[in-house]
Design a binder for this molecule. Structure first.
Ligand code: F6R
Length: 260
């Protein structure tokens, strides 16, 4: 696991975009797994800017969503599919048909989950972007989720719904349920990039990276994966005790071999 503590959110977005750019330009064809949420807004906007400048193309990239709310209307701007449309499809050359996600409107959600799990595994995620919840969740695998879990419908806990209410307009509350890739699904990605910014993430991060491996902290499962990069700003890193941090330079400054 490589942990980079960069000066601020903007630097975290730049480093995340560097890693995505490097992945997209790599020879091995593989799908990009995308998380949504506040943390990913700036990194994905930076990826889009690079596409607009002609520095990067997503024309050959397939994108798989990590999770999706159940219970929103198809045109709700807060759905993760519509968020990825806004952040990546609209402003880049990513084809709308190349964005895959579970269908939360299916009449048979458990069949839909099984089908999405099959599609994710068949595509093979080369790079999985992740955020972390203040309760240590990854995707919507809430505390108590099995490390071997696969794609399924989950109930969101109160802390997650309170945290995510900021992404919904006015007094609108987030749905109570979602479809999420499982922890077991996520661990099958070839490379994982976890990004976290802000003091509210510090406790969950310290538990995930330095506490016990436990279902009570779903993100602790990432320590079982051989290729995880963690990008943090200083407030998110504030409670880390072990100094395993890497110098905070960008892939560009380090040159070609940095992330291999
Ligand atoms: C969203 C997702 C979630 C978020 C996490 C952090 O697709 O998978 O696990 O990454 O809840 O959300 P923000 O970035 O809004 O703090």
């Amino acid at each position: 696991m490589a942990i980079f503590v960069v000066p601020d959110r903007t630097a975290a977005a730049l480093l995340t975009a560097d890693i995505v750019e490097r992945f997209v330009n790599s020879a091995a064809p593989a799908a990009l797994g995308v998380a949504t949420g506040e943390t990913m807004e700036e990194p994905l906007a930076e990826v889009a800017r690079r596409c607009q400048r002609g520095a990067l193309s997503l024309a050959r990239t397939e994108v798989f969503l990590l999770d999706e709310y159940v219970g929103l209307e198809p045109d709700d701007p807060c759905s993760f599919a519509n968020t990825v449309d806004r952040l990546l499809v609209g402003p880049t050359d990513l084809s709308p048909g190349a964005v895959h996600g579970p269908n939360p409107h299916s009449q048979d959600l458990s069949a839909e989950c099984a089908d999405y799990e099959r599609r994710v595994l068949a595509a093979g995620i080369g790079l999985q972007l992740l955020g972390i919840g203040t309760n240590g969740h990854i995707a919507f695998n809430e505390p108590g989720s099995s490390f071997a879990s696969s794609t399924r419908v989950v109930q969101l806990n109160e802390q997650t719904r309170n945290d995510n209410a900021r992404s919904f307009p006015g007094a609108t509350q987030p749905p109570t349920a979602a479809i999420t890739q499982g922890i077991g699904t996520i661990l099958l990605a070839r490379q994982i990039l976890l990004v976290a910014c802000g003091r509210p993430k510090a406790r969950a991060l310290a538990s995930a990276l330095e506490g016990p491996l436990t279902q009570s902290t779903p993100a602790s499962a990432l320590r079982l994966h051989p290729d995880v990069t963690v990008v943090l700003d200083p407030p998110a890193a504030a409670l880390l005790v072990n100094d395993r941090r890497q110098p905070c330079r960008t892939a560009r400054e380090e040159g070609e071999d940095f992330y291999q």
